[in-house]
Design a protein around this ligand. Structure first.
Ligand code: C5P
Length: 234
């Protein structure tokens, strides 16, 4: 895979006008556009057509599905028809939901399981009721293994857990990493906790990195994207 294809840009913008501007600017510089809740709730599936009309990049529908198995299964069946490459489901409820990914195995849609959000730190984890000696990495590894055994294509985790996930789940199990902060980026009131630079994440073994604000908020987004791609070039 070339370096550009490893870069996913998070299209975290309010509407199709802004999305179209960024897709036109970045279609040559990134391998995939990620559509999240803000844009999908606003524009619906039409936004996917708009991206396809202006780019040949993959599309990642980051809806982080979290519901009873029957409902998640139904959502995956609907997503199959949208022509996207990736979709996310939450892993915290265990195998019953993760196994819904098996039913769309041959459709070309790959299910990625969200392990623990990169905005979460250990203090927050303990405040949620996890034992005081529970490490973030152990929770991520446990969820990653369940996702693998349940037929998911890969997981989302932070840069801090990549190496151990790869070691436990094998090199073909995809590891997709948000919380990416190049050394030169400055994000005001950043909500990400477990962060990594693009180069470090790829060196640790990430298959794909997700970058939003460091590109979106840069003076010239296309230059920021190219800079990241050159940083991860081997
Ligand atoms: O702007 P920033 O680079 O922080 O964007 C990261 C993107 O990755 C956001 O769209 C966010 O929803 C997504 N994401 C994340 N942590 C996860 C899963 C997805 O930050 N565990």
């Amino acid at each position: 895979m070339n370096s550009k294809d490893r870069l996913i840009f998070a299209l975290d913008v309010p509407d199709k006008k802004e999305a179209q501007r960024l897709v036109k600017l970045l279609h040559d510089s990134v391998g995939c556009f990620k559509v999240g809740l803000q844009l999908f709730v606003q524009e619906g599936p039409d936004i996917l057509k708009l991206i396809k009309d202006h780019s040949t990049a993959d599309i990642f529908l980051d809806l982080k599905l979290h519901d009873i198995p029957a409902t998640v299964r139904g959502a995956l069946k609907s997503a199959e028809k949208l022509g996207v490459r990736y979709i996310t489901i939450h892993s915290m409820e265990g195998e019953a939901i993760l196994e819904t990914s098996k039913e769309i195995k041959d459709s070309g849609l790959e299910v990625l399981a969200v392990t623990l959000l990169t905005s979460m730190d250990e203090e927050q984890l303990h405040a949620l009721g996890f034992e005081k000696d529970t490490k973030i990495c152990d929770v991520v590894l446990d969820r990653a293994l369940r996702a693998k055994q349940s037929g998911c294509s890969g997981i989302i985790c932070s840069g801090e857990e990549i190496a151990q996930v790869k070691q436990k789940c094998g090199k073909h199990f995809k590891v997709v990493v948000p919380g990416i902060r190049p050394e030169w980026s400055q994000i005001s009131s950043d909500d990400q906790s477990r962060i990594s630079t693009p180069r470090k994440a790829i060196k640790e073994g990430a298959d794909l990195i997700v970058v939003g604000r460091p590109i979106r908020d840069a003076e010239t987004p296309e230059e920021a994207a190219r800079k990241i791609v050159s940083e991860i070039d081997p």
